[in-house]
Ligand binder design. Structure first.
Ligand code: NAP
Length: 307
């Protein structure tokens, strides 16, 4: 298949590596000519240029730019495409993207690979980034079945665990497990910086080990992505942040009251819930299937073993 990728950064470059390995011809477009040259040199794409017209012959195009640029890029790209080209994106928020792109291109399907890292740019791209991780597709009532089928097959060939749901459900779910953790982790780092004694700050930095490394990782990552998550998923992120504030208040109340058994109960419950909610890649949670003709479809394919 001839596949286009717009935005040769972490996600676009990683997709390029995998799709090329699978035998597709991958054409890249990125804003900077230097990025295009780097992507070709690294082997993420076979050719690349900053010109969207270079994707005229692509059968399927992945839009992998920051969320705020997606709609404008698609508007500029459309005049160059054949009417049969399938468009999909990888944006971390789906409601706003689907709302903007559905009316623009009848063969558009929203998507979100649940994989990444705190690094950005083409040098952060890596082969097999998506293998073993969820990949969500968000078809609407107007998405042609054959478009969903083609994108599903392509995404499954990356050894992802494929899910389908509405954009609304996606945004509410990822607010809990991706956008809230990013904000909590960032606020943890900011809170530590509020220590007024520079000697304590120095000592804390020297003593910080795996616990702080783990809890601060996502908060210290891509700040542009964090801002976009908040801007484009504001309602759901706020809902989860308010719930989190309530949880923090409960913790403070227990500790102020020296209610150690209450605290222990809460921590035991958290331990048990974490074991349930953290995905076992070899045994992904079963979602309840709904009739395929409903607007909100929820389905899942089995995780394929890595070859
Ligand atoms: P990234 O590493 O910063 O890559 C985005 C690339 O897009 C940049 O390297 C930039 O390349 C290019 N770009 C920016 N504006 C452009 C424009 N107007 N036209 C063409 N190219 C442009 O970011 P990323 O992490 O890959 O994120 C890309 C998308 O993936 C976002 O929508 C994000 O929500 C989604 N996503 C991210 C993650 C994650 O963990 N990072 C996970 C899942 C989904 P130049 O060097 O040419 O400027």
């Amino acid at each position: 298949m001839k596949i286009g990728i717009v935005g040769l950064g972490l996600i676009g470059g990683s997709l390029g590596f995998d799709l090329q390995r699978l035998g597709h011809q991958v054409l890249g477009v990125s804003r900077l000519r230097q990025t295009c040259e780097q992507a070709v040199a690294l082997g993420a794409v076979s050719q690349a240029s900053p010109d969207l017209a270079s994707l005229a012959e692509a059968e399927l195009v992945f839009i992998c730019t920051p969320l705020g640029a997606i709609a404008a890029i698609v508007t500029q790209l459309i005049p160059h495409l054949s009417t049969q080209t399938i468009l999909t994106d990888v944006g971390s928020v789906k409601g706003s993207v689907v709302k903007a792109l559905d009316p623009l291109w009848p063969r558009f399907l929203g998507g979100h690979p649940m994989a990444g890292s705190e690094e950005t740019g083409i040098y952060a791209a890596q082969p097999y980034l998506f293998a073993g991780n969820p990949y969500v597709l968000t078809p609407t009532a107007s998405t042609p079945v054959e478009v969903t089928q083609t994108v599903s097959e392509l995404v499954s060939s990356l050894d992802c665990c494929l899910y389908q749901c509405s954009a609304t459900m996606h945004d509410r779910a990822v607010a809990w497990i991706s956008h809230l953790p990013k904000m909590v982790s960032a606020s943890l780092i900011t809170a530590c910086l509020s220590e007024s004694d520079p000697e304590i700050v120095k000592l804390a930095q020297a003593l910080a080990s795996s616990g702080f490394r783990d809890t601060s990782r996502v908060g210290g990552g891509n700040s542009e992505l964090g801002c976009m998550m908040a801007e484009y998923n504001q309602t759901e992120l706020l809902r989860s942040l308010h719930a989190y504030r309530h949880s923090l208040d409960q913790l403070i109340t227990l500790i102020e009251a020296s209610d150690w058994s209450g605290l222990e109960k809460l921590l035991i419950q958290a331990h048990a819930l974490r074991l349930i909610s953290c995905r076992d890649p070899l045994n992904p949670p079963k979602l309840q299937a709904q009739p395929p003709n409903q607007r909100t479809r929820l389905s899942q394919t089995a995780l394929k073993p890595l070859s």
